[in-house]
Design a protein around this ligand. Structure first.
Ligand code: NAP
Length: 258
């Protein structure tokens, strides 16, 4: 049977869902690629490789050497470098390419969002007066908050930050979504949170904190999406599967010479 070899660039809920679905579909032989930044990633039922490729050229070489037929970019919406590398590598290697790009969140009535460019701007926007901040932007990039040391930070991430990276007044919480609105509301109330900082990741798994902030009438500093390269893209895993099936059928038909 003709199999389509797929490389999934991962690190998101979409990459995990796609990997689980393709694992039981004999038409595809899929490998999941992770950056290697998470010490204990979720177990996956397909082959997993870990670590950088060495830029776009390194990824193009990997695609060619491993005779990959399709590259799927399912990295997190804020993994801007990898998204750029993926587009360039697919072009260099002449491999079919599709990106899964989930839509960003948009503010609704009752939301008190201020959109900001990055976490440096977030730290400045907190202002001089001490605040109690719920920081949900991951364990990297904490240095701007170390400098804004008058604030208390509740820092939630999948894995704990390095102790040296923490601002002086901080509490850490390791957890992986999805979260419920009830739990998020209770967490923010229990910690007396004044303001939430989030990346505009989009999706359902971590949206509850925004509903909780709305219900509690709390301000949100929302980091805008990074600029992404123009590329063929869909918004969901279901659409990506549909596209993959179409591509596979075309390949099988072409091989038969029909
Ligand atoms: P990034 O800035 O776009 O990428 C930095 C470098 O990490 C890339 O140049 C690449 O190294 C390597 N890399 C990234 N994703 C990779 C993958 N799936 N497989 C192999 N190498 C990969 O990425 P990032 O923002 O640091 O994110 C790193 C990982 O965490 C990504 O997989 C992303 O999906 C996930 N993640 C990111 C965020 C976020 O907010 N940024 C949130 C949740 C999860 P080479 O150039 O050497 O190939």
């Amino acid at each position: 049977m003709t199999q389509t070899k797929v490389l999934i660039l991962g690190g998101s809920s979409e990459s995990a869902k796609l990997a689980r679905t393709l694992a039981s579909d004999g038409r595809f032989a899929a490998t999941l690629s992770l950056a290697g930044v998470t010490e204990h990633p979720e177990r996956m039922p397909i082959a997993v490789r870990s670590g950088g490729f060495g830029g776009a050229a390194g990824l193009a070489r990997y695609l060619t050497e491993n005779t990959i037929g399709v590259l799927i970019d399912a990295t997190h919406p804020f993994a801007a470098t990898m998204k750029q590398n993926a587009v360039e590598a697919a072009r260099m290697a002449g491999v079919q390419f599709l990106a899964i790009r989930r839509p960003p969140w948009t503010a609704e009535a009752g939301d008190r969002w201020t959109e900001i460019a990055d976490l440096g701007e977030a730290a400045t926007a907190l202002g001089e007066a001490p605040k109690r901040v719920f920081l949900t932007t991951g364990r990297q990039e904490l240095s701007p908050f170390k400098r804004a040391s008058q604030h208390f930070y509740l820092i939630r991430s999948v894995e704990p930050p390095e102790p040296d990276a923490l601002p002086p007044r901080a509490e850490t919480l390791s957890a992986r979504g999805p979260f419920t609105v009830e739990d998020e509301t209770a967490l923010m109330e229990a910690h007396g949170i004044d303001i939430l900082i989030a990346k505009n990741s989009g999706g359902n798994a971590t949206a509850a904190k925004l509903k909780a902030a709305r219900a509690l009438s709390l301000p949100v500093l929302m980091v805008r999406r990074p600029h992404l390269p123009v590329a063929p893209a869909v918004e969901s895993v279901e659409e990506a599967l549909h596209w993959l099936e179409g591509h596979h059928e075309e390949t099988v038909t072409a091989r038969r010479g029909v």
